[in-house]
Design a binder for this molecule. Structure first.
Ligand code: KG4
Ligand code: ZN
Length: 328
C-alpha cells in the first residue's frame, strides 16, 4: 500500500496531506486564505499565488512531522485552477520528488474531488454517477472505472457554487457565499420567494444557474425590503432542487445504483439532506472537511494514478483549463 503526499494549491486553500492506500488519511492540513481575500469580496489571483508561496514549505514540513510514515510519491494538482497558484504547488512538488528520488503524479483537481468519496465511510465502488459541484464546476459524470469518465451534463453558464457566491453578494452576505447563504437560510422561509427552476423538465442533463441569480436580482430590485434570510432560504431551495432534479433524471436514464456528490457545494447541509432523502440510489457524500479543497483528495486520486503508471516528468506543466474527460 502506497503512502502518498498530496499537495493542493489550485485556488485559495493550500493543502498538504498524507494518505495511505488512497483511503486512509494520516494527516490533512489546510491553510485557508479566506480572511486575506474577504476584503476584496472574492479571490485575487496574484495574492493567492503569493500566499501559497509563503505557506507551502511550512505546511508540507508540518504534515511530514505529524507522521512517522515516509511518502512513496508526491501527488499534486496540475489543473484546472488559477495558473499562478497551480504553478506554486506543481513546482514545489516536482522539486521535492526530484530531491527525494520519488515519483511525482499530476492530478486533475476535479478527479481529486471524485476520489474524495473514498475518504469517507461507506465507500463507493465503480461504476457510479458523480455530481461534481464547486465554485467553478457543475457536472454530472458517469464514472465507469477509475480515470474513465463520461460527461453527462455540465453548466451552460454559472457554476452552482459561483451562484451561491454571487447571490450572497447581492443580499449583502459575506464571502465565501455558500456557507453564508446556508447560515442565513436557517432563519428564513424557503417558500417566501417563488424562484424559477431552470430547465427542470428539459431533455438534456445540462444545468443553468444564471437565470436563478437574475431572478434574485430582480426580486430585490422590485422589493428592497425583502428579508435577506428569506431570500437566502428561497435561493438555496431552488438551487438544491435543480441539482436533485437533474440527479433523478440521470439515475432514471442510466439505471445507475450509486451516486457520489463532491466539491465545495457538497458541504451544503440542505443538499446533503435532500440527496439522502430523495434519491433512490446509494448516495455517497464525503465528510465536510473533504468536500472543500484539500490535499487528501489529491493524494487519493494520485494513489490510483500511480497504480495505473501515470507518472509525471519534469516537463509537466500546469493547465488552468485542464479537462477531466480527456484523461480517460
Ligand atoms: O471545491 P471548492 O472548495 O473550490 C473549487 O474547486 O471551486 O468549492 C468552493 C465553492 C464556493 O463557491 C463556495 O461558496 C461553495 O463551494 N460552498 C458552499 C458551501 N461551502 C462551500 N456552497 C453551498 N453551501 C455550503 N455550505
Ligand atoms: Zn475544488
Amino acid at each position: 500500500m502506497s503512502i502518498i503526499l498530496g499537495i493542493e494549491t489550485s485556488c485559495d486553500e493550500t493543502g498538504a496531506a498524507i494518505v495511505r492506500g488512497g483511503q486512509e488519511v494520516l494527516v490533512n492540513l489546510v491553510a485557508s486564505q479566506v480572511d486575506v481575500h474577504r476584503e476584496f469580496g472574492g479571490v485575487v489571483p496574484e495574492i493567492a499565488s503569493r500566499q501559497h508561496t509563503t505557506v507551502i514549505s511550512q505546511l508540507v514540513r508540518k504534515a511530514l512531522d505529524e507522521t512517522s510514515e515516509v511518502p512513496d510519491a508526491v501527488a499534486v494538482t496540475a489543473g484546472p485552477g488559477l495558473m499562478g497558484s497551480l504553478l506554486v504547488g506543481l513546482s514545489y512538488a516536482k522539486a521535492l520528488a526530484l530531491a527525494w528520488e520519488k515519483p511525482c503524479v499530476a492530478v486533475n483537481h476535479l478527479e481529486g474531488h471524485i476520489f474524495s468519496a473514498f475518504l469517507g465511510d461507506p465507500k463507493p465502488t465503480f461504476p457510479f454517477l458523480a455530481l461534481l459541484v464547486s465554485g467553478g464546476h457543475t457536472m454530472l459524470l458517469d464514472c465507469r472505472a477509475p480515470h474513465d469518465y463520461e460527461m453527462l451534463g455540465t453548466t451552460r453558464d454559472d457554476a452552482v457554487g459561483e451562484s451561491f457566491d454571487k447571490v450572497a453578494r447581492l443580499i449583502g452576505l459575506g464571502y465565501p457565499g455558500g456557507p453564508a447563504i446556508q447560515k442565513a437560510a436557517e432563519q428564513g422561509d424557503p417558500s417566501a420567494l417563488a424562484l424559477p427552476r431552470a430547465m427542470r423538465k428539459r431533455g438534456n442533463l445540462d444545468f443553468s444557474y444564471s437565470g436563478l441569480k437574475t431572478a434574485v436580482l430582480y426580486a430585490l430590485r422590485d422589493n428592497p425590503d425583502l428579508n435577506p434570510a428569506d431570500v437566502a432560504a428561497s435561493f438555496q431551495e431552488a438551487a438544491v432542487d435543480m441539482l436533485i432534479q437533474k440527479c433523478l433524471q440521470a439515475i432514471e436514464e442510466t439505471g445507475a445504483g450509486r451516486l457520489v456528490i463532491a466539491g465545495g457545494v457538497a458541504a451544503n447541509k440542505r443538499l446533503r439532506e435532500r440527496a439522502y432523502q430523495d434519491l433512490p440510489v446509494d448516495v455517497f457524500i464525503p465528510p465536510f472537511a473533504y468536500c472543500l479543497d484539500n490535499g487528501a483528495m489529491i493524494a487519493a486520486a494520485g494513489d490510483s494514478l500511480l497504480e495505473h503508471g501515470c507518472i509525471a516528468n519534469l516537463r509537466q506543466t500546469a493547465n488552468p483549463a485542464m479537462p477531466l474527460t480527456a484523461m480517460a
